[in-house]
Design a binder for this molecule. Structure first.
Ligand code: HEM
Length: 505
């Protein structure tokens, strides 16, 4: 019996020694740091589901105002949060070779879909895929998608008109509304298929996006494990894309391939262009899983991010009647000058709409952080005058706190205030470089920014042309809280507005 007790004691002491072995790491390196708690390091609020990791970083960002960077403990592993915009530039752009990979470590056998996503790819594989994606997002291809996106926008407008007739004053949740539209827009303009998410609420495309992101404690815990410890996630064989979603995606892949047998591949379609680009190299022939991975990429990147932004834009437009009036005047004048039509060029000439888009992305960037792995040892200058240079070791995670920078009053006075004028021609040029990063920066910068601009502008300009948008009474005076169980950004309880025909307003 005493041998067993001794073994248990030895085990507990060894586990404790292992978990706390790095607790003096930052002190020894003379880097300002946040004291860790046992086991969780600095991430306890994320694991308990009480705080989004992006907001947790803001807490440390604000606390260490005089530091260029801050040492943290991700469970019991040290990682580093960069505060200084100049150092952020070095990490993302100038010294990219030392920070070339995102912080993901996936086993393709466990999670083939996410492992084939460009976001988690590295080295030559990433470079080749990046070239294919870049070629798929040219102005011509974005312009080519316009008609189909516009058609889906008309379906959304008809749906809202019907709702106004049948259930006037019934509130709609802006994120859900936008997700329906962006799902239909991507399925139509990119995959070349057709779906109406306003009627077929349980269609597989929306199900894929919806179930992947549906906030729940367990899903939150799983995805946070990926964010906080990719190595632990790999060890536990946690999948980012659950098996049932993978099966749905493979079915979609076959459907897309079948449809191309009749329509052929179009080099001016973004999705086809990636497949054609890859096929033209190295005799590559994509498998069902490869195509499923690409569909996942478009559904994930093309719907979730844009619908989040459009959802917040509609909220701000409804909450600020002066902004809404100014935008409607701009849209009406542009349409009038073009025979009443909002075509591609007209929509892209709307500068106030641009400003609202940019300000919404500042307040609620879908990705609150980007995180890079150190791929080549790199020396940072001292974090503060009392410190010393710090050599970032291979494999250390470096966090760029996008949201914290956007909410720093030094960079954006009265950061909580929604003020599109920050992005007018005069003020925009005064924004300090590398303090506004909704699309990231450097060689890994978002490839789909123009695609997102395009579909979001079509959506908002047409809604504003057709309807008066008001805040639902239950939203009056409500403070928006970011959902801690959601990987991207979403307001707890949703964002509710009512739509009204303009003649009746
Ligand atoms: C408003 C909407 C969007 C926002 C705010 C956004 C934001 C981002 C951010 C922050 C990154 C990481 C950048 C970095 O690591 O420096 C990223 C990467 C990426 N985005 Fe977007 N995105 C949006 C829409 C889209 C769309 C519509 C697509 C494609 C249809 C897309 C495709 C991608 C891809 C492929 C990457 C990975 C790039 C790489 O690792 O090389 N995004 N996005």
């Amino acid at each position: 019996m005493w041998i067993l007790t001794l073994l248990i004691v030895i085990l507990i002491i060894s586990a404790y020694a292992f978990i706390t072995r790095n607790n003096n790491y930052w002190k020894q390196k003379k880097v300002p740091f946040e004291k860790p708690t046992f086991f969780f390091g600095n991430y306890k609020p994320v694991f308990s589901g009480s705080k989004h990791f992006g907001l947790l970083y803001s807490h440390f960002y604000d606390k260490f105002k005089n530091a260029a960077y801050v040492g943290l403990y991700r469970l019991w592993t040290p990682d580093i949060l960069i505060r200084d915009p100049e150092l952020i530039r070095n990490v993302l752009v100038k010294d990219f070779q030392s920070f070339a990979n995102n912080d993901f470590d996936l086993d393709p056998k466990v999670d083939p879909i996410f492992a084939s996503n460009i976001f988690s790819q590295t080295g030559e594989v990433w470079k080749k895929n990046r070239a294919a994606w870049t070629a798929s997002m040219t102005s011509n291809k974005i312009r080519n998608a316009f008609e189909k996106i516009n058609e889906r926008c008309n379906v959304m407008i008809d749906h809202i008109k019907k709702q106004i007739k049948e259930k006037p004053n019934e509130a709609l949740e802006t994120k859900d509304l936008s997700l329906n539209f962006f799902t239909d827009a991507v399925v139509s303009s990119v995959l070349g298929l057709e779906v109406n998410s306003f009627v077929e609420k349980d269609n597989p495309y929306k199900k894929v996006a919806g179930s992947f992101f549906a906030p729940s404690f367990w899903f939150g815990l799983l995805t946070m494990t990926f964010i906080i410890s990719p190595t632990l996630a790999k060890f536990l064989k946690i999948r980012f894309v659950p098996k049932h979603i993978e099966n749905e995606l493979v079915k979609m892949a076959r459907k897309v391939y079948e449809s191309r047998k009749t329509t052929g591949f179009h080099k001016n379609n973004s999705f086809d262009s990636i497949l054609l680009h890859n096929q033209s190299k190295d005799n590559y022939s994509p498998t069902d899983l490869d195509i499923a991975g690409l569909i996942f990429g478009f559904l994930l990147d093309g719907t979730e991010t844009s619908s989040g932004v459009a959802g917040f834009m509609l909220h701000f437009i409804a909450a600020n009647p002066d902004v809404q009036k100014k935008l409607r005047d701009e849209v009406d004048q542009a349409a009038e000058a073009n025979g009443g039509k909002l075509d591609y060029d007209t929509i892209h000439s709307l500068s106030y709409l641009d400003m609202i888009f940019s300000e919404t992305l500042r307040l609620y960037p879908p990705a609150l952080t980007v995180q890079r792995l150190c791929t080549k040892p790199y020396v940072l200058p001292p974090s503060d005058p009392k410190g010393q240079p710090f050599e970032v070791p291979l494999g250390m995670t470096v966090i760029i706190p996008i949201y914290s920078l956007h909410m720093d009053p030094e960079h954006f006075p009265e950061p909580e205030k929604f003020d599109p004028e920050r992005f007018n021609d005069e003020n925009k040029s005064k924004i300090k470089k590398f303090t506004y990063l909704p699309f990231g920066e450097g060689p890994r910068i978002c490839i789909g920014a123009r695609f997102a601009f395009n579909q979001t502008k079509i959506c908002i300009a047409n809604l504003i042309k057709n309807f008066e948008i008001r805040l639902d009474p239950k939203m009056e005076g409500k403070t928006l809280v970011i959902d801690p169980n959601f990987l991207l950004v979403k307001a707890v309880g949703g964002l509710w507005v009512t739509f009204h025909n303009r003649v009746e307003a």
